[in-house]
Design a protein around this ligand. Structure first.
Ligand code: NAD
Length: 321
């Protein structure tokens, strides 16, 4: 078995490789060459943690396996570890034998940031100039860094439930040479692209906070009950997702579906836009929304690329298992 520990990931993984792996796997999913297994995600009744498994099989990339992990909201305060903790396991599709164990924390952040970036590439207006951030936690910094590479953004505006965290994203904007301004939620109407990446269970982004023509990447809702966007807003947008089954059960669309505001058939695959079988955005006034629920295949695609790189660079530990 090949082991690639978390501490080696920063030297192996880059935004461009994560973007390519995620864009390719979304395309494969839409073609039916790769599929995700049903997600297991449980509140374990300890440390307020959500824990679960996301897995799948990508026939095109020959990646089989799962990511085990979840969200421990008290970690940072209590023990200094980040709140999101995960590990990826890869198996040999020909034999079922375990192939690799790969640190999943940085990988999760980069593959999640890659997902919203892929959505911005394919769905945001070409002339998008103002980037809006709702959320300023661990993932938000990765989200913003990757998003800024997709358009010629001239300004970042940000809102966070905990305003004292806003310097996290201000720093990222400044490092990328883009000015940052803290705004009230109402100020989000100025944004051409909005990324929301929070752990809230009550919607913060309301229909009145979003201007026509905006692209929203809703990345925080990955569990039953979570909600970042007012359900009524989904009915006013063209909804895209990584995977329809997840979007309507654990993603942002779960609420609009439950309230009868949209139907399952209103939720489109981003992969279809990548493959050219869905037109994507069709006008400058259209609001597009990407419901990024996070699929196991994203993790497997990026982990597979990492394993190859780690072996090539002699960084991987190989154990007889
Ligand atoms: P974090 O703990 O570092 O940050 C949490 C963020 O949520 C902060 O901005 C915080 O201010 C905000 N927040 C907390 N309570 C809130 C409330 N009541 N109302 C509004 N905002 C609130 O967490 P993180 O690692 O940045 O993860 C953020 C979210 O993204 C989590 O829900 C996580 O499960 C989710 N996530 C999704 C994917 C995916 O693929 N879609 C991947 C990783 C993480």
């Amino acid at each position: 078995m090949i082991i690639v520990p978390e501490k080696e990931m920063a030297g192996l993984l880059n935004r461009a490789d994560a973007f390519t792996a995620v864009e390719n796997v979304f395309a494969s999913m839409s073609k039916g060459d790769a599929y995700n297994f049903p997600v297991i995600r449980e509140a374990i009744g300890h440390e307020d943690a959500l824990y679960g498994f996301k897995g799948g099989f990508d026939k095109a990339g020959m990646a089989l396996g799962l990511k085990a992990g979840g969200y421990w909201p008290n970690n940072l305060e209590k023990n200094g570890h980040i709140n999101h903790q995960s590990t990826v396991f890869l198996f040999d599709p020909d034999t079922g034998m375990v192939k690799a164990m790969v640190g999943g924390n940085l990988l999760t952040a980069l593959r999640t940031a890659a997902a919203s970036s892929v959505s911005i590439k394919h769905l945001a207006r070409k002339d998008a100039r103002v980037m809006g951030m709702v959320g300023a936690g661990h993932q938000a910094t990765f989200q913003l860094r990757a998003a800024l590479e997709q358009r010629d953004f001239e300004k970042v505006i940000g809102w966070n439930y905990h305003p004292e965290m806003l310097p996290n994203i201000e720093k990222v904007a400044n490092e990328a040479g883009v000015p940052f301004e803290a705004v009230e939620l109402e100020g989000m109407v100025e944004a051409d692209v909005v990324i929301s990446i929070t752990s809230t269970f009550a919607p913060t982004i309301m229909a009145g906070h979003v201007a026509p023509g905006t692209h929203i990447a809703c990345m925080g809702t990955d569990t039953k009950g979570k909600q970042e966007i007012e359900a009524a807003l989904l009915a006013q947008t063209t909804v895209f997702t990584d995977e329809v089954a997840q979007s309507i059960s654990i993603g942002e669309a779960q609420h609009a579906i439950a309230e009868g505001l949209i139907k399952e058939s209103d939720v489109n695959e981003l992969g279809a836009v990548i493959n050219g079988t869905h037109p994507g955005r069709t006008s400058d006034d259209e609001i597009t929304l990407f419901d990024g629920t996070g699929v196991g295949l994203q993790d497997l695609a990026v982990a597979s690329a990492i394993v190859d790189l780690a072996v090539e660079k002699g960084i991987a530990t190989i154990v007889d298992f």
